[in-house]
Structure formats: structure tokens, C-alpha cells
Write a protein that binds this ligand. Structure first.
Ligand code: ADP
Ligand code: MG
Length: 626
């Protein structure tokens, strides 16, 4: 509709111009009149209607109001062709603006279309039925044929093949998966036939959460957006009042009232803040969607703006700098019965969501060990887990846990174990230690590179905060390029919060984490960044940004994008305000003709929008490839 009226307006203006410049006689004045009337109808009525509606409904003075007042003033003083030029260009730039902004928005909304409608559910008897994806419940098994979209988040129970997860992670390389691996709704199963056990209902899936995040993001305005909206409002009123004063002044200076009105209308157009108002949202929306396509979701423009100012990054270790896909490297059972020891450990760890627990369970499963029931289980973040079985109370955890149980690990065999630089999990009953397991986690292969990139783009301090012991922390930290004095080990969740709070005095801090034990620190930091798809829900809730890709390089890219966005916003505001001052000066002092004021004004608006759109160019993905 908007497009249609804009096109009509353009045609009308061409007719009017033909009438003034090329045609002669009666035909000329008729063509001119008809053209101007068309432009005023198709260009002016929508603008006037929007202006009145805003005034009526929200008592808001929109820029539309300025434009329609200027066009009417032009018509009154017999400069209706100038008014028509104004309306045509305004209509054209509004349409262009809407299209550009729509493009930025649609990049994200496309996600919704990718969610499959139906799923193939496997019945008890092995037969398969097609049901709506929304009817799936947790624990059911669905069959995925090659080429099918995954209908729900789940775990592969049989079959293997590669999946295209670009919708979730932005990663274009297919990922090979086998039984036990997680798959996500809306990703594509490329080649294998897979059986997947549903882990989350469709309403709670990763994609559903992403869509919710993005919806929130669009509602939450960045500070500079708020500023430009606020500014637009006040300024519009000021321009109206200022033009009235200018009208009086021009008249008083000896102009005829027609000239005075024409010049006042020119000033009104020159002083209109279109470019100022659109410059911030154009940049922010473009950046948000570029980031989203690269697998980095910002919960709002505010997070994007704050990230640009961040100069301290604090990282959690396990599951953030490392992959969290840990492996058991050594087992010490003090009574010599390794199998019974491991099966007891796996039994209590069956209740934990921690990466380490997963490693312990896998080890027990690989050795074909059975587990037994453990009740009254409580997880103690950054320490371990406690519960009880038939034989009595039971605990598993690190040195904190050991100490709090009054137990000690003085046996030589355990001491030898501690010499190494691997994570150690003790298992015990009360103050009696049953044994220990060492677990090695693998470094995320993109971590070191990402930290270097962050330092290169002006981050002064990178901290590592972990609940693990110092020797492990030092080994991992050194491998990814964190300096020894930047490493903080043996931290409980509250220590992380305290340290983040201390650093945040005078500096802007981002905290990057994945676990339940990171949630408070994520919330405390100026910008909380959660490791998305594989991270815990609590972390995702507490964070301002979700990193859905496994590639840590995206974080560095997102940081750079946020800085570029801040720069584009500065450029846009400087340019918009500068151009406005220039036009107003020219209108006030040199009698700038109305069409030039219009051209400068609309041209400036289109320029700032285009400048903002540059950010759409997917810098996040490009950076990570190099
Ligand atoms: P990070 O801060 O590096 O992500 P966490 O704070 O999650 O690490 O965990 C710190 C330490 O607490 C682990 O290294 C481990 O020793 C211990 N721990 C936490 N949860 C468990 C668990 N479920 N079982 C055994 N040990 C655990
Ligand atoms: Mg962690």
C-alpha cells in the first residue's frame, strides 16, 4: 500500500514537472495542476493521517506533522510545486526506510518459518505415525529421515549422520553426530536416518527461546534509541514553535507575508530531525540481525551498546573456555574395587547437569557398569553433589566438598593424583573418602584465538574465574593466553559475583559463562554472555547475550561489531546534526529555496539509513572464517 502511494506520488510529480518545464499553453497548466493534486492526495493524505493519529492517540508530535504543515504552507503561498517535491521525497524516503528496517527485522523472523509442523513418532510396537510437532512430549522417540528438519530438541538414540545447524549456530559446516549427541529443533538432518528421543517440548526448545529473546530484544530499546526518540519528540515541538517565530521575524524584517511564510516553511523542513531520529535504530537493528545470523543473540540494543564499552572480559573455565566434553583419565578406588567405586559415583552423578557428571556417567556406561538409586540429592554449585543410597549418605565433589565434609585426602595414592593438573572429583561417605577420579576437559579450539582478537580490539583485561583448582586453571589459562595474575581459581559462585562487582568499579565488565554456578555473575556483569545451545537454562535467563555457536571467535566478532555499531551511531548523529545546522543556517540567512531544503533533508535521512545498513553485511561470520 505504502509502495503504491509512493509510486503514484512519483508519477504525479513527474506530471507536474512536465507541466512546468516542457509543455505549453493550457495543457501545461492542466498537467501541472493534476500532478500537484495527485501528489498532495497520495503523498499528503497518508502523512497527514499518520500525524493526526499520533497526535490524537499518543499526544505525540511526529515529524509527519512538520512535513504536512510545511507542504500546506507552501501551497498557501503558491509554491505548491515545491510542496509536491517535499511530499514526494518524504513519501519515497519513508518507504525506503521501512523497507530497509523490515529487511533487518526479517532476518530473525525467518527462524519461525523453519520450525517443522509435523514429526514422525515411533510407537511402542515400532510402527511410525505422523503427528503435529507440538504434540510431542518429552521422552518420545521420533524418526528423522535424511533431509528432514528436526522437530524438537533431543538426543540421538540410534543412527548417525551429519546435521546442518546453521539456523541455530550460524555455523555453515555440517556437524557429524552419533548416539548420545544433542540435536536441536529447526536444524536439518542431512544424510543419516536418526532416532531421536525428545528432550524438550516444542514450546521450550532452543529455537523457541531464541524467538522469545529476539522478541524481547525488539521491545527493549537501547539508551541512544531512547534518546533519539525523546529528542525527536521535543525537537519537533521546538521546530514548530521556532518556525512560527521565524515567520514573525521574516515578516518584521520587511518581507511580504508570502515570502515570510515560504521561508518559514523552508526553515521548518531544514530543521526537521528525520535523520537524527532514524540514525540510531537503523544502526542497531542492522547490527542485531547481523549478529543473530552469526549465532550471537542480543537481548536488546542496550546490551549491544554496553558491549561496545566493555574493556574487561571475565571467562568461566569449564564449558566456556573448554568444551565441557570431558573425559575420565584416571581412577583411584581406595578399596581397590574400581568397578563398584565408579558405579556408585555414576549413580550419584546421574542427578547432576554438570559437564563433569556427564563424563563420569559416560565412563561408567562404557565399562558396562550398572547404577543404583540415590535419593535426596542436592547439587552444591562449584563444589559437587550430595545424596544418600542404601548404605547411607554419599557425596561427590572437589576439594571444597572434601573440606566441608571434614574429610581429607592424605593417602599417598591420592596425593600423587593431585600432583597432576587435571580436575579431580572425590567420592566419599561422611568424612571417609572412597576414592577419586581425574577428568580432563578439552580446550575449545577457538578460545585462544578469540582471546587474542579481544585483546587486539582494545580489551585491557581478561580474567578467568573457575571453581576448579588452581593447577588446572593455570594449565588451561596459559594454553589460551590468560596471564597468571588474571587467573582466579577455587571460586564459589558468590566469589565470582564479588570479583565481577569489584572489577566493575570504574570499568565495564562482560562475564562469559555457561553453568548454574555462573548465573549470578552473569546477572551482575554489565553484559552477561551465556554459552547458548549447550549452556544451562538458568545461565541463558540471566544473560544479556546468548552465544549459540560453539565458535568462541564469534564472541570477539560480536565485540568488534558492537564497536563498529557505536562508531556508525556517532557518525550518523554527527552527520545528521551537522547537515541540519547547515540547512537551517542556509535557510535563515541566504533564503535557501524549499526544494533544496527538502533534498538535503531527505537525502541526509536516506544516507544515515544506508550507513546503518552497512552493519547488516554479516561481519560475524566473515571474521570467524579467517
Ligand atoms: P567452572 O567455574 O570452571 O565452570 P564449576 O564451578 O562448575 O567450574 O565447578 C567447579 C568444580 O566443582 C569442578 O571442577 C568440580 O571439581 C566440582 N563440581 C561441580 N559440580 C560437580 C559435580 N556434579 N560432581 C563433581 N564435582 C563437581
Ligand atoms: Mg562452567
Amino acid at each position: 500500500m505504502a509502495d503504491f502511494s509512493t509510486v503514484t506520488t512519483v508519477v504525479g510529480l513527474l506530471l507536474a514537472l512536465a507541466g512546468s518545464w516542457w509543455l505549453h499553453g493550457d495543457l501545461a497548466s492542466e498537467a501541472r495542476l493534476a500532478g500537484v493534486v495527485i501528489v498532495y492526495l497520495f503523498g499528503g493524505i497518508p502523512v497527514g493521517w499518520r500525524a493526526l493519529r499520533a497526535l490524537w492517540r499518543a499526544h505525540a508530535f511526529e515529524i509527519d506533522l512538520l512535513m504536512i504543515v510545511a507542504a500546506i504552507a507552501a501551497a498557501i503561498v503558491g509554491a505548491s510545486l515545491d510542496g509536491a517535491i517535499l511530499l514526494m521525497l518524504f513519501s519515497l524516503s519513508t518507504t525506503l526506510e521501512n523497507r530497509a528496517m523490515g529487511r533487518a527485522r526479517r532476518a530473525i523472523e525467518a527462524l519461525m518459518a523453519l520450525r517443522p509442523e509435523t514429526a514422525f513418532r515411533k510407537r511402542e510396537d515400532g510402527t511410525v505415525e505422523e503427528i503435529p510437532a507440538s504434540a510431542l512430549s518429552v521422552g518420545e522417540v521420533v524418526i528423522l529421515r535424511p533431509g528432514a528438519r528436526v522437530p524438537a530438541d533431543g538426543t540421538i538414540v540410534s543412527g548417525h549422520g551429519s546435521l546442518d545447524e546453521s539456523t541455530i549456530t550460524g555455523e555453515s559446516m555440517p556437524v557429524v553426530k552419533e548416539p548420545g549427541a544433542q540435536v536441536f529443533e529447526a536444524t536439518v538432518n542431512l544424510d543419516g536416518v536418526l532416532e531421536v528421543r525428545v528432550a524438550r517440548t516444542v514450546e521450550q526448545s532452543t529455537v523457541a527461546r531464541m524467538i522469545a529473546l529476539v522478541t524481547e530484544a525488539q521491545a527493549a530499546k537501547a539508551p541512544s534509541e531512547q534518546f533519539s526518540a525523546w529528542f525527536g519528540q521535543r525537537y519537533t515541538i521546538a521546530v514548530l514553535a521556532g518556525s512560527a517565530v521565524a515567520l514573525g521575524a521574516f515578516f518584521w524584517l520587511g518581507n511580504s507575508w508570502e515570502t515570510a511564510l515560504y521561508r518559514a516553511a523552508t526553515m521548518l523542513v531544514a530543521a526537521s530531525p528525520c535523520a537524527v531520529v532514524i540514525s540510531v535504530p537503523a544502526a542497531i537493528l542492522s547490527a542485531l540481525s547481523a549478529a543473530a545470523r552469526g549465532g550471537v543473540l542480543f537481548k536488546g540494543g542496550a546490551a549491544l551498546e554496553t558491549l561496545a564499552a566493555v574493556n574487561v572480559f571475565a571467562f568461566d573455565k569449564t564449558g566456556t573456555l573448554t568444551t565441557g566434553r570431558a573425559e575420565v583419565t584416571g581412577v583411584v578406588a581406595l578399596d581397590g574395587n574400581e568397578e563398584r567405586f565408579l558405579s556408585t559415583l555414576a549413580s550419584i552423578e546421574a542427578h547432576s547437569e554438570h559437564h563433569i557428571a556427564g563424563a563420569l556417567r559416560r565412563e561408567a556406561a562404557q565399562r558396562g557398569l550398572r547404577t543404583h538409586a540415590v535419593r535426596n540429592v542436592t547439587a552444591l554449585p562449584s563444589a559437587g553433589i550430595v545424596g544418600e543410597d542404601e548404605e547411607g549418605p554419599l557425596w561427590a565433589g572437589n576439594q571444597h566438598m572434601l573440606a566441608s565434609m571434614g574429610a581429607s585426602a592424605d593417602e599417598t595414592i591420592l596425593r600423587d593424583f593431585q600432583e597432576g593438573a587435571e580436575t579431580i572429583v572425590y567420592l566419599g561417605r561422611g568424612d571417609r573418602v572412597l576414592g577419586a577420579v581425574s577428568v580432563a576437559d578439552t580446550l575449545r579450539d577457538t578460545s585462544a584465538e578469540a582471546l587474542t582478537a579481544l585483546r587486539a580490539s582494545g580489551v585491557t583485561t581478561i580474567l578467568m574465574m573457575t571453581g576448579d583448582r588452581r593447577s588446572v586453571a593455570l594449565r588451561i589459562g596459559r594454553a589460551v593466553g590468560v596471564r597468571d595474575e588474571e587467573i582466579h581459581a577455587d571460586m564459589l559462585p558468590e566469589d565470582k559475583v564479588r570479583l565481577v562487582g569489584e572489577v566493575a568499579q570504574g570499568k565495564k565488565v562482560a562475564f562469559v559463562g555457561d553453568g548454574v554456578n555462573d548465573a549470578a555473575a552473569l546477572a551482575r556483569a554489565d553484559v552477561g554472555i551465556a554459552m547458548g545451545a549447550a549452556g544451562s537454562d538458568v545461565a541463558l535467563q540471566a544473560a544479556d547475550v546468548a552465544l549459540l555457536s560453539e565458535d568462541m571467535g564469534r564472541l570477539a566478532a560480536a565485540h568488534r561489531l558492537s564497536k563498529r555499531t557505536a562508531a556508525v551511531i556517532r557518525q550518523n548523529l554527527t552527520f545528521a546534526i551537522g547537515a541540519m545546522l547547515l540547512l537551517v543556517g542556509a535557510a535563515a540567512l541566504f533564503g535557501l529555496p524549499l526544494p533544496f531544503a527538502v533534498l538535503g533533508h531527505e537525502g541526509g535521512t536516506v544516507l544515515v539509513v544506508l550507513n546503518g545498513l552497512r552493519l547488516l553485511g554479516d561481519p560475524i561470520r566473515r571474521v570467524s572464517r579467517t
